[in-house]
Design a protein around this ligand. Sequence first.
Ligand code: 13P
Ligand code: SF4
Length: 306
Amino acid sequence: MAMVLSEGKLWLRIIELKKELDAVIMAHNYQRPEVQDIADVTGDSLELAREATQLDARVVVLCGVRFMAESAAILNPSRTVLLSEGTAGCPMADMINIDNLRQWKSRYPNATVVCYVNSSAEVKAESDYCCTSANALKVIEAVPNDEILFIPDRNLGHYVSTKTDKRIILYPGYCNTHHRLTMKHVMRAKQEYPDAVVLVHPECRAEVIALADAALSTSQMIQYVKDSSAKTFLIGTEEGLVYGMQKDNKDKTFHAISKVLICPDMKKTTLEKIAETMEFRKNVVVIPEEIRLRAKRALDRMLAIA
Ligand code: 13P
Ligand code: SF4
């Protein structure tokens, strides 16, 4: 049942529902501006996962994609986690399932599996360690094995492989949104803003990363622009990040490198969807206990390292 309310009324209803449910709203940095504004917490995948272990609220409304809500549920079994929009998934996470992973593990039986958090709970449960884009190198360096099977993002895995002496076996997954960004897009943007600092996400292609000043997770980018004395930035990740950067740094200017940088799943959440999800207690994330415990082990190992 769709809720037809003006934006102001939706806002007020969500605030009421937060009290009624004893809920906290967490939003990823890629969410729509109004969703970031109503959230209690915004962050990258690592911050949201970490924050999820510190919560007092009974209900967590996760505005992002499914794997993020699953991470919150895995780490917080005593809380109810609601995904803001039930169909919001991550196409890259869907590029690997347990059967694919088991096949790859049997091809590389001596490798330790490091799994990017952009993956299902089942895949995490079948992995040794998790990592995010903010800590992938740190996790890989801490693993007591020189052979790593890195899943599912080949671009992040390749980027990390250029920074370590370990043997990194790459699984062929990728993010449709970041992979669409090409050298041409970056060069065109650099021509338009020659003085701009270029920041890209490590989910981008290697040749795009090579043209950038730094490859960083979304929150690392936020910290970078805050600390930098530069005035203009070209941002090579989902365009939602530009909103928060501009809001917090009024003396600086931010441009998404290209209009192709839109993740359709991240954009599925609206204020209306949040209100509806909370009103009807929809999209509860349920993970079988046996899977949750094994997935938690991989996430806990990451949190202990990073
Ligand atoms: P971050 O962990 O950098 O926030 O990235 C998550 C993501 O989905 C990137 O596409
Ligand atoms: Fe997944 Fe890419 Fe969207 Fe991030 S931007 S949620 S990796 S599809």
